[in-house]
Write a protein that binds this ligand. Structure first.
Ligand code: PEP
Length: 251
């Protein structure tokens, strides 16, 4: 079994004020197992600084939920990698299906964002996944192949293993429907195979997460799959007890 440290990432989406972030961390951080998997908290932009400060004495790291590919410029409402670094942020979620669906995030933009994040020293968590219609019409393999090839096209082979990929079937996000272990393993194995076609070393090193209605009750089975190296958790990560139980399931 390759030695890949699991990652549990909490995607809070547009939830939690600064005060709520601090309350969550005060309850959650003391529950972190030592040693244990990597834990990444992804709060909204306004809470990043406070989250970094509160996580500083713990093993938890902090990531943003989006980033613009340019370091600065006339891009109203956007935030750049240097701005995130200045806050002490370690990583960034890129290509979440909600950003693709509601904010027009394209594979072309992601192909620019991925190398920009890596150049800046941020760990990117790239989200990919098919919708229900695509799964029902057997397009999952084609969709994942297109997204992985397009989004990572300009990431040099030497850096591929530093990317984290989250397989998130859109029909499982926030719906309470979870992919079966077979579906999750098949998709993550496919993704690892696509990385292998570019770099054998990166395929061994790269962490591939599953995301989609992960809960304390199903986390251990999903995270235990051979090609699943952790989870990106939305709804269940908003509760410190539930997220701690999911972290425990990977420990
Ligand atoms: C997500 O937001 O990436 C996610 C997987 O959400 P949930 O766990 O609520 O399905």
């Amino acid at each position: 079994m390759p030695d890949r440290t699991p990652i549990l990432a909490a995607n809070w989406k547009m939830h939690k004020t600064i005060e709520e972030t601090e309350r969550f961390l005060a309850e959650f951080l003391p529950k972190l197992p030592e040693p244990g998997p990597e834990v990444v908290i992804c709060p909204p932009f306004p809470s990043l600084k406070s989250a970094v400060e509160h996580c500083a004495q713990s093993r938890a790291r902090v990531a943003a939920q989006n980033m613009h590919e340019e370091p600065e410029g006339a891009f109203t409402g956007e935030v750049s990698a240097p701005m995130l670094l200045e806050l002490g942020v370690d990583g960034v979620v890129l290509g979440h299906s909600e950003r693709r669906q509601y904010f027009g995030e394209s594979d072309e933009a992601l192909a620019r964002k991925l190398p920009a994040a890596l150049r800046a020293g941020l760990e990117p968590i790239l989200c990919v996944g098919e919708n229900e219609t695509q799964r029902d019409s057997d397009e999952t393999e084609g969709i994942l192949t297109r997204q992985i090839e397009a989004d990572l096209a300009d990431v040099p082979e030497d850096n591929l293993g530093e990317v984290v990929i989250a397989y998130e079937p859109i029909w499982a996000i926030g719906t309470g429907r979870t992919a079966t272990p077979e579906q999750a393993q098949e998709a993550c194995e496919l993704i690892r195979g696509l990385i292998e076609s570019r770099s054998g070393g990166a395929a061994v090193a790269i962490r591939i997460l599953y995301g989609g209605s992960v809960k304390p009750g199903n986390a251990a089975e999903l995270i235990g799959l051979p090609d699943v190296d952790g989870a990106l958790v939305g709804g269940a990560s908003l509760d410190p007890g539930d997220f701690a139980a999911i972290v425990d399931a990977a420990t």
